[in-house]
Design a protein around this ligand. Structure first.
Ligand code: C2O
Length: 345
């Protein structure tokens, strides 16, 4: 059977790691009754939201995005406003860190086939909330284009102290244009910038093409109701997704690599949403490669459900099957070349 929406009423303490609790509650304000929460219907759309590459946007876009994010941070004054920045980050915390149980087991949206659809829906609402805070129904999140040499660093707009897009809890050695290592695992390597970029492209080819010729290898292992969480992740979730988290988070100074380097706090860094926009873009790019690279047909996947608040503070249930086509959801990605396609080892 598919995983049903968790019941926010039964939300409990989240965990940083197995025997360490998150020192605050990650739970959303619970709606009256999860069974009476309606299924989400896409509002009528006029224009697609086109998500731009974060390194290539203009000042006007940056100003808009900064404004939307600072308005969202202001909503934190009411800690129970589901549209507040912390509440949004807590959505990720509760879905990843053991706050929910379904079918008698802890719910976990990482390390399984729920990874891509959960994060797509999460960003969908996050983007709509930002847009509504600045009255721009076409506002689209920027994507951190780390699969292209021009995007292989923290996008500059996130690296300005004092901006609503900045986060203090990042690895200070990885600021100011430092080239990212998409295979990063806690220790620095001594390679030239050119070599790092070349390695990144080779790694992208491996994760998108060589190692993911069919759906389960890309999406991750089946996770039907009643089975243990974390049956195994897909290629991209492992690398570069996890590596980018660890590279960005403040491993040197924070106990758990906060914010980006650990699940409970990752959503507290605004760059999280641009990182995940690019992870999500890889879903579209992967299908575009062809062969057997298509969405899963398993009903346990298609009918799995999550729960979110929309930009009007109304709670909704959503299904995996409704997020397979980003254009149908109202957004797409501004095209960028994918040079890794030519990096067959
Ligand atoms: Cu839900 Cu990038 O982690």
């Amino acid at each position: 059977a598919p995983i049903p929406s968790p019941d926010p009423k039964s939300c409990s303490k989240a965990h940083i790691k197995p025997n360490k609790e998150v020192p605050y509650s990650c739970c959303p304000p619970p709606p009256q009754d999860i069974d009476s929460v309606p299924y989400y219907k896409f509002p009528p759309m006029t224009k697609l939201r086109i998500r731009p590459p974060a390194h290539a946007v203009d000042e006007e876009y940056i100003a808009k995005y900064q404004l939307a994010t600072s308005r969202m941070r202001e909503l934190d004054k009411d800690p129970f406003d589901p549209l507040g920045f912390k509440q949004q980050a807590n959505i990720h915390c509760s879905y990843c860190c053991g706050a929910y149980k379904v079918g008698g087991k802890v719910l976990q949206v990482h390390s399984s086939w729920l990874f891509f659809p959960f994060h797509r829906w999460f960003l969908y609402f996050y983007e709509r909330i930002l847009g509504s805070l600045i009255n721009d129904p076409t506002f689209a999140l920027p994507y951190w284009n780390w699969d292209h040499p021009k995007g292989m660093r923290i996008p500059p707009m996130f690296d300005h102290e004092g901006s609503s897009l900045y986060d203090e809890k990042r690895n200070q050695n990885h600021r100011n244009g430092k080239i990212i290592n998409l295979g990063f695992s806690c220790k620095e390597t001594q390679t030239t910038e050119l070599q790092t970029m070349t390695n990144n492209l080779t790694l992208m080819y491996r994760q998108m093409v060589t190692n993911a010729p069919c759906p389960l290898l890309f999406f991750g292992n089946p996770y039907p109701l009643g089975t243990d969480p974390k049956p195994g992740m897909g290629t991209i979730e492992n690398i570069p997704h996890n590596a980018v988290h660890n590279w960005t988070g403040d491993q040197p100074r924070q106990p758990n690599g906060e914010h980006m380097g650990t699940f409970y706090s990752a959503g507290l860094d605004p760059v999280f949403y641009s990182h995940h926009a690019n992870v999500d873009r890889m879903w579209n790019e992967w299908k575009a490669i062809g062969g057997k690279r298509r969405d899963l047909a398993d009903k346990d996947w298609l009918n799995s459900e999550f729960f979110f608040y929309d930009e009007n503070r109304n709670p909704f249930k959503v299904k995996v099957r409704d997020c397979l086509d980003s254009k149908k959801m109202g957004f797409d990605y501004a095209p960028m070349p994918t040079p890794w396609r030519n990096f067959k080892p």
